[in-house]
Design a protein around this ligand. Structure first.
Ligand SMILES: [Zn+2]
Length: 428
């Protein structure tokens, strides 16, 4: 639903060209007829061929733009803000540039002066990549360059009147819904609604496998809306588990997977970067029970988790999937007995290194991330919880840039890594 396609992208562009020629006719007419008043400035005619930036679709990023005298298109992303905090974030972009066919455009993306933990920080670097697509389904890399004043300059050729631009290959709520339609009739799958987002979208847990299996792993994706990688990993993992072959049987014979596939659905639909619609960060404040009034997404998960614990069904392992520029396994060290936890995290890292393309390693001794889901659930419930950051630009283990397909491959291989992680007896 609401997914852009090339047809809907082209139609407005063609209309725009017609309007443009009407405008030019009108301008010439105006110049010859003095009672028409002052002619419009030439800039309104946009001689570069650029017509419009469309953001009227699912997961498009809020923004405004202007074209300068040199025909550079300056795109100003709108910050996503945290409540009761100076923190603000940009990092997601997804929009459609409409222009005359065979137009070359230079875009300059602005507003990367993020504030994090009260300090300025930029979400872009010399390594930041950018994707473009004619149909918002098949993506390719576009040249992007960070400028000295912390903007991102993107060069592009618009061949057919429209080009989508995105930070990562998008994974929309409608993509998740289509995926769930494909798997929900499978007897090994159960999808349970556990609550609603700020805007009333249903939040679900997908179970894949036998609830009585020896191992139980919980995965969450998309606490932060810009980080689409986690959803591609989930798709790859579930498709592998449901493959029906001997290996898939072997995996599901040993462990059962519980997934919260898109924690921040509102943020994804609205093209936000980090927070929920009331400014709550879904990977913070896990050191206390979530406030249902401002953070219903985390509240729903906490209630589900508590009911699992009450039934003696605590997940043996909890992995929260994220994207960043580093790609490490985040192992936090709060002031609790850490021996068992650190041993388990070491084993997880070893299994990831052996069976997936993961090479980035874990956070070092002394690392803490107070309030993150890894640290909070370990502190309060003793859960073996961690944050797995997937590098948003480059996959060192494959020596290749990130892509939806490569993240799906990681998900498929994660099944094997989990199989070996669970080969020693599980304890909650
Ligand atoms: Zn994140």
């Amino acid at each position: 639903m609401g997914c852009p396609n090339v047809d809907s992208g082209l139609a407005p562009a063609d209309e725009g060209l017609l309007s443009f020629s009407r405008l030019m006719t009108g301008l010439l007419f105006a110049v010859s007829l003095p009672w028409f008043g002052e002619p419009l400035p030439a800039a309104a005619a946009s001689p570069s061929g650029f017509i419009f930036i469309n953001t009227s679709f699912e997961n498009a990023s809020p923004l405004y733009w202007e074209v300068d005298a040199a025909n550079l298109i300056h795109v100003y992303l709108i910050y996503d803000q945290e409540r009761s905090s100076p923190n603000r974030a940009n990092g997601h972009w997804f929009f459609e540039v409409q222009a005359a066919p065979n137009t070359r455009c230079t875009l300059v993306l602005h507003n990367f002066d993020n504030v994090w933990n009260g300090r300025k920080g930029s979400p872009i670097s010399d390594r930041t990549i950018c994707y473009v697509s004619e149909d918002a389904r098949t993506w390719r890399l576009a040249p992007a360059r960070k400028t000295d004043d912390n903007c991102l300059r993107i060069e592009m050729a618009i061949r057919f009147g429209s080009l989508y631009v995105a930070r990562l290959e998008p994974y929309r709520l409608s993509d998740l819904e289509a995926f769930e339609r494909r798997i929900r009739e499978d007897r090994r799958v159960e999808i349970t609604i556990i609550g609603k987002t700020v805007e009333g979208r249903e939040l679900e847990i997908i179970r894949v496998g036998d609830p009585n299996a020896a191992g139980r792993v919980f995965l969450r994706a998309r606490a932060h809306p810009w980080e689409a990688g986690g959803n591609w990993v989930i798709e790859g993992l579930v498709e592998r588990l449901l493959g029906g072959d001997k290996d898939a049987e072997r995996y599901l014979g040993r462990y059962c997977v519980y997934i919260m596939p898109m924690a921040n659905k509102d943020g994804v639909v609205r093209g936000r970067t980090r927070f929920n619609l009331l400014g709550a960060d879904l990977n913070r404040k896990w050191d206390e029970p979530p406030d249902p009034a401002v953070n219903p997404e985390n509240h729903a998960l906490e209630e589900w988790l508590k009911s699992r614990i009450a039934k003696g069904r605590t997940p043996h392992l909890l992995i929260d999937l994220h994207n960043d520029e580093g790609g490490q396994l985040h192992v936090s060290r709060p002031n609790v007995d850490l021996d068992r936890y650190l041993r388990n995290m070491q084993r997880l890292e070893a299994m990831l290194r052996e069976h997936t393309w993961f090479t980035e390693g874990s956070t070092r001794e002394g690392f803490r991330n107070p309030g993150s889901i890894g640290e909070g659930l370990l502190e309060r419930f003793g859960v073996n919880a961690c944050v797995l950051e997937l590098n948003a630009n480059w996959i060192a283990g494959l020596n290749a840039p990130v892509s939806a397909e490569r993240w799906k491959l990681f998900g498929a291989r994660l099944c094997e890594a989990l199989f070996h992680y669970f080969d020693t007896p599980c304890s909650p």
